[in-house]
Design a protein around this ligand. Structure first.
Ligand code: EPU
Length: 420
């Protein structure tokens, strides 16, 4: 298995460009099923989750051609409507194919999706099943596979018990080709949802309100397909900003949308981390001492759960005590045990809260990446730490961060990829 070996402490310098958003791209690939025309996706990140998603659409019968960050998909000749367990086990976003397959073919088979182990038990899909049922779908579960069928999908009203990103996007895509009007309430408001809606509307869908809690979709018979530029990854943007702050470096983060990480940048202002920002860049300046801060993860535009692990590492270097409250996933703080092994002073209060006492010196250790965001947090800790850190199970990091070793090396990090 591949590993990353990192020698610290290191200061980063220069510039780093942000790749296309993983969580936007993972929705536009299945959205291509809604049209029989060819979609051209630009700024597609070269990461493992995207490769799995493209494998899945090819398995279904779509034609895919990929060259660098540009990918063309044509789904006219799709012949299959099942999502095989070997791919579904690897990515949670396999669930994003269910709505479009149901909308176009009235039928879909799939197992419960896998992905990061960040919530107790399996991550639920009850909102999807309930929403599809309201549109007229019949669900059967046999031998661990769901079978969803619908003779005709009709508009409905659906209220999400909790705002769900993939739930909102799935019902929005399905309602696009349904009969009549669908109103979705208490929707998630993440920028990736707005980007998906903007693309669908450009292609003929009738969607209003994406990016607000209420989305209204008037079903249409067909939509077209065209070019789509994936928006910059806001989690990668925030991760690099935290990485620069934690290593007390000067780093310019390019090709990003600073507005998408306003929650993080407003905290930087409060705790005294110096930075400049423009419409598409953030320049983090070296800040020797900064204050601690209590965070509570929240749906967009609040503090993103996907930045919680990097921020926890940052707080090990702050001048005082911070409380990290992870409200969305109850396994996302377990990685802090590895930070403690590196020398951090962290007390776990319960699965949702840790107290971090800073500043502490960190030391290189042998670590294993349990999930994508904890994995990148370990890289940040390794850059801060004295000595050598070895991070195992880096498939988890490669799932969401393109060529992370090469990109960080170009900014001065001493990082190399090795095999056992
Ligand atoms: N939930 C339910 N039932 C459902 C769906 C969700 O109870 O049917 C609950 C979840 O258990 C969780 C909450 O609703 O407590 C919110 O989960 P959500 O559905 O919003 O998460 P998701 O759509 O599965 C997306 C991102 C995650 C990101 C979350 C929150 C994608 C592919 N994934 O997940 O990204 O953490 O929204 O912002 O868009 C990551 O990139 O590392 C990642 C995990």
């Amino acid at each position: 298995m591949a590993k990353l070996v990192i020698n610290g402490p290191t200061k980063l310098s220069g510039e780093i460009s942000v790749c296309g958003s993983k969580n936007a791209a993972l929705k536009i690939i299945p959205a291509s099923i809604l049209s029989k025309e060819t979609i051209t996706i630009n700024n597609l990140p070269d990461i493992e989750d995207i490769s799995r998603s493209l494998e899945l659409i090819e398995y279904l019968g779509a034609k895919v051609s990929r060259s660098g960050s540009v990918c063309k998909i044509n789904t006219e000749n799709i012949t299959k409507v099942d999502i095989p367990p070997n791919i579904a086990n690897k990515i949670r976003a396999s669930i994003m194919f269910v709505g479009p397959l149901l909308a176009r073919f009235g039928e879909v088979y799939f197992p419960h999706p896998g992905g990061c182990v960040i919530g107790a038990g399996i991550r639920p899909i009850d909102f999807f099943i309930e929403g599809f049922a309201k549109m007229g779908t019949v669900t059967e579960i046999k031998d661990g596979m769901y079978r969803l069928t619908a003779k005709k999908l009709s508009g409905c009203e659906y209220f999400f018990a909790k705002p769900s990103v993939t739930g909102t996007e799935s019902l929005m895509m399905t309602a696009t080709l349904s009969f009549g009007i669908t109103t979705l309430k208490n929707c998630a408001m993440e920028p990736e949802i707005k980007a998906l809606a903007e693309y669908l509307v450009q292609q003929g869908a009738k969607i209003e309100g994406a990016g607000t809690p209420t989305i209204c979709i008037r079903g249409v018979d067909t939509i077209h397909a065209d070019n789509f530029d994936i928006i910059p990854d806001r989690i990668e943007t925030g991760t690099f900003a935290i990485m620069a702050a934690a290593t007390k470096s000067q780093l310019i983060i390019k090709k990003c949308i600073p507005e998408h990480i306003e929650s993080l940048l407003s905290i930087f202002q409060r705790i005294g981390i110096d930075f400049d920002q423009g419409s598409d860049f953030i320049k983090i300046k070296p800040t020797k001492k900064f204050l601690p801060y209590n965070i509570m993860t929240h749906e967009y535009p609040g503090f993103p759960t996907d930045l919680q692990s990097p921020f926890t590492v940052l707080m090990t270097q702050a001048e005082g005590t911070s409380l990290i409250h992870e409200t969305i996933y109850d396994r996302r703080l377990l990685f802090t045990d590895m930070l403690t092994q590196m020398g951090a002073d962290i007390t776990m209060c319960d699965p949702h809260r840790v107290v971090v006492y800073g500043p502490t010196k960190l030391y290189g250790r042998k670590l294993t990446s349990p999930d994508l965001r904890a994995g990148i947090a370990m890289i940040i800790a390794a850059l801060v730490a004295k000595g050598e850190t070895e991070i195992d199970n880096i498939y988890q990091i490669d799932r969401g961060y393109e060529s992370i070793d090469k990109r960080l090396s170009l900014c001065g990090a001493k990082v190399r990829r090795t095999k056992d």
